[in-house]
Design a binder for this molecule. Structure first.
Ligand code: CMC
Length: 443
């Protein structure tokens, strides 16, 4: 950043390049030229704007990071206006239609699609690491009988770090590679054990003959049969759901993984932070809210009244609107097709009629059109999960299985990014200063 005094700037010869931002500090009359790169300015450049030599310099105030890029990333691209979502440059529609979750996980982690041999090896590695140590099982059995499965997942993924203490060697490529494999492989096992615990059913060990989603279904549903045979349509729908949830750039949980990971903690602990963030209703819980809303509407006859209430501001139409997507959420279109596939197997859920009618009416209504409110990924995902026999507590758990691939890819990118340091935001202190301590008997 270059600086010049007001007088100099007013004089002849003051130049500014087109890729810069000229700032005038009216406190001092000084001009500053800040480089603009990729549509951003570096916040640290603002630190050079000072009123006097000892001044800390200017900061930005951006609660919730509404206009702050925290990293450079090559993983996921989103264009909210155009409804575009790409992983490593590949459109989500093509991946959902032609790829598999494990291939997408490889793509996110490695940056490119695998060839046949690479995919086979990757799949093999993940398949042979699905089992967890028996102590993990015992540890999980210690939870209260009705423990929330997301709380169990959060604790058990964090506990994995104590089983693999070598995982702290995060700069060792070989060591961290095996942790990546373990995380992707064991997440469905921990998720299914949490589910079975909550249901009071015995835990089912992984079946390594099955596909990634097929094995998960087996660990969820298997009872007395010797071998569980997953319905290929359910297997496929679940695989698509995992793909759709695999990454979504710098959302709350991914930022949590990066932020906690920036302390150079092991990846299990960093991913546990992601699970914790996803546990919150504003992140992993919207599909549950959609389901409850549809149940409350009860019949299609009640839709007009419900819509009027939404327009009056009484409540929100859950599963509509998005902070980033202002045209349509590309994941919602794909998920709608998956709904049909699942209902072919499970039989139609009457809530689907309400959802379809609600969507039709809302999309034709000026209130929603003017505000660019379209169905988001959560509008239909809850219906699928319910059709799969999942209680609402499992919804964020399923989300976490898919998102693990993205968390890991983002964690890896952060570890290898020489510009990243431990995350440490600044604050604007608004409290008191220099008070005199008063002994308790005198207060
Ligand atoms: N129903 C009715 N009105 C809405 C809705 C909705 N779902 N969403 C936004 N609006 C209205 C809002 O009241 C405001 O109206 P006005 O201009 O008259 O005050 C206008 O639309 C703009 O809304 P906003 O709150 O500024 O939009 P935002 O970008 O801050 O919020 C959102 C985005 C997703 C939080 C919000 O649309 C919402 O609460 N939707 C329902 C919950 C939901 O489905 N969440 C899941 C999001 S997808 C999760 C993911 O990507 O993982």
């Amino acid at each position: 950043m270059t600086t010049e005094t007001q007088q100099e700037a007013d004089g002849a010869g003051a130049q500014s390049s087109s890729d810069t931002l000229t700032v005038t500090d009216n406190r001092t009359g000084k001009h500053y030229e800040v480089p603009i790169e990729d549509g951003t300015i570096r916040a640290t450049e603002l630190r050079k704007i000072k009123t006097h030599e000892d001044d800390f310099g200017l900061m930005t105030y951006d609660p919730a990071y509404m206009a702050t890029a925290s990293c450079r990333s090559e993983i996921t691209f989103i264009d909210g206006e155009q409804g575009v979502l790409e992983y490593r440059g590949y459109p989500i529609e093509q991946l959902a239609e032609q790829s598999s979750f494990l291939e997408v996980a490889y793509l996110l982690v490695h940056g490119e699609l695998p060839d046949r041999k690479q995919l086979d090896e990757w799949t093999h590695e993940i398949t042979i690491h699905t089992f967890v140590h028996e102590n993990i099982k015992e540890f999980m059995q210690g939870f209260r009988y009705d423990a929330h499965p997301m709380g169990m997942l959060l604790a058990s993924v964090g506990a994995l770090s104590t089983f693999y203490p070598e995982a702290t060697a995060i700069k060792d490529e070989e060591v961290r590679y095996i942790q990546i494999i373990r995380l992707i492989a064991k997440m469905p096992t921990l998720a299914a054990f949490s589910f079975r615990h909550n249901q009071g059913k015995p835990y089912v060990y992984p079946d390594n003959d099955l596909s990634y989603p097929g094995n998960f279904l087996s660990m969820i549903y298997k009872m007395t049969e010797l071998k569980y045979e997953p319905d290929p349509r359910l297997e496929h729908a679940l695989d698509v759901l995992f793909i759709l949830h695999a990454d979504h750039e710098q959302n709350c949980s991914t930022s949590a993984v990066r932020s906690v990971g920036s302390s150079q903690v092991d990846p299990y602990s960093a991913v546990a932070a992601g699970v914790a963030a996803l546990y919150g209703p504003l992140h992993g819980g919207a599909n549950e809210a959609v389901l409850r809303m549809l149940q409350r509407i009860e019949t299609t006859d009640n839709i007009p009244d419900f819509i009027e209430g939404v327009k009056r501001g009484d409540e929100k139409l859950m599963g509509f609107g998005h902070r980033v997507y202002k045209n349509f959420d590309p994941r919602a279109k794909i998920i709608k097709q998956a709904v049909e596939e699942v209902f072919e197997v499970t039989g139609k859920n009457p809530l689907l009629d309400i959802a379809t009618e609600l969507e039709k009416i809302a999309l034709e209504d000026d209130y929603f059109i003017e505000r660019k409110l379209y169905p988001n990924v959560d509008f239909y995902s809850g219906l699928i999960y319910e059709a799969l026999g999942m209680p609402v507590e499992m919804f964020p758990v399923l989300f976490a299985i898919g998102r693990t691939a993205g968390w890991i890819a983002q964690w890896l990118e952060m570890i290898d990014d020489s510009e990243q340091k431990i995350a440490r935001p600044r604050q604007i202190y608004t409290g008191q200063r220099g008070l005199e301590y008063v002994p308790i008997e005198k207060r």
